[in-house]
Design a protein around this ligand. Structure first.
Ligand SMILES: Nc1ncnc2c1ncn2[C@@H]1O[C@H](COP(=O)(O)OP(=O)(O)OP(=O)(O)O)[C@@H](O)[C@H]1O
Ligand SMILES: [Mg+2]
Length: 325
């Protein structure tokens, strides 16, 4: 018997995004030729320094960007349904139900005036059409599932009574209320200390397996994401510069930027830097100061004349004219 091919959960093909409007006298090209897929039940790690376009990629897909945005794409589809990113309604039916999002600072995402239990019950009564008693039972189950101790007690607490790690667990529990197929976690642990960080990421990985959920895990820490992601996509200045299976990408980075990110990590996530710990000199260029040619060229240790002559195409999942071997 032929094995059934797995259906792609989310596909984005050649997405370009521009900011325009009264604040900018010309269009700012923020994302360029963004193409990626998320398969059922996998964790896709997205890394890159601040300003590389990680968040706006996800926000664009979710239809959550401000009005002064222009989006072009060849194809975007979710669970087999084509999505028109320029039509607000198109993605709305998936958002908050089949696709859930958690953010960096859980405290700002929770309503400070409402008890935790109430906030968990709301999506259950609204989206899942449960009665109040069913919703309460399910909310407490979800709190248990995400490792919240004494859930009955926590149910009646306000957000300020929770620690940051606990609040992020509540956010994750909330994101699970509608049994999403995809969880987008944008820097979910940046506001937390290191031990709590690992607990939350372990929880996300655990849920991926148990709930057969796909996860887009955004972070600027390549070493950290390497422990959790099945595949990794590296972004720089609004482009995907390299993507691949986690092990391949970590052990054998092809793009100088990926290598530089790995070298700037103390342990390098399994990657043993040959030289001493380095920091990448320079910064991600601003949208109105993008260089011609390869975006990373001004900071690249291997830069040659041809790098600045023209923009490198993505070849074998690497956007570099002279990939590392
Ligand atoms: N509404 C907006 N108008 C104009 N430019 C914007 C807007 N939102 C984001 N940008 C710009 O788009 C680029 C990408 O931003 P984005 O927030 O996606 O970066 P990021 O990779 O998520 O960074 P971080 O790690 O800091 O979260 C940045 O140069 C940012 O300044
Ligand atoms: Mg961001």
């Amino acid at each position: 018997m032929m094995e059934k091919t797995q259906e792609t959960l989310l596909e984005v093909k050649n997405l370009d995004l521009y900011f325009h409007g009264p604040l900018h006298n010309h269009d700012l090209h923020a994302l360029r030729e963004i193409s990626f897929k998320v398969m059922p039940g996998e964790i896709l790690g997205v890394v890159g320094e601040s300003g590389s376009g990680k968040s706006i990629t996800n926000l664009a897909v979710m239809g959550l960007l401000p009005k002064e945005t222009k989006i072009q794409s060849e194809k975007v589809s979710f669970a087999g349904t084509a999505i028109d990113l320029n039509n607000e309604k198109s993605f709305k039916r998936f958002r908050g139900t089949e696709v859930a999002m958690i953010f960096q600072d859980p405290m700002t995402a929770l309503n400070p005036f409402l008890k935790v239990g109430y906030q968990l019950m709301e999506p259950l009564t609204i989206h899942m059409k449960m009665s109040r008693s069913e919703a309460k039972k399910r909310a407490i189950e979800l709190m248990e599932k995400v490792g919240i101790s004494s859930p009955d007690k926590r149910f009646d607490q306000y957000p300020f009574e929770l620690s940051g790690g606990m609040a992020q667990r509540v956010m994750i529990a909330m994101s699970l209320t509608t049994n999403p197929k995809l969880l987008i976690a944008d820097e979910p642990t940046t506001a937390l200390d290191v031990t709590i960080q690992k607990q939350i990421l372990n929880l996300i990985k655990d849920l991926k397996v148990k709930e057969k959920m796909s996860v887009i895990l955004v972070t600027h820490d390549l070493g950290l994401v390497a422990e959790y992601a099945d595949r990794i996509q590296v972004m720089y200045a609004g482009e995907i510069v390299e993507s691949g299976k986690t092990k391949d990408l970590i052990e054998n980075p092809k793009h100088p930027y990926t290598e530089a990110l790995l070298k700037s990590r103390p342990e390098g996530g399994g990657f043993k830097p040959k030289e001493n710990l380095l920091t990448i000199s320079g910064v991600v260029p601003m949208l109105n100061q993008r260089p011609g040619g390869c975006q990373f060229a001004p900071r690249c240790a291997y830069v040659e004349e041809k790098c600045t002559a023209k923009t490198p195409e993505l070849v074998n999942n690497v956007r570099c004219v002279k990939p590392l071997s």
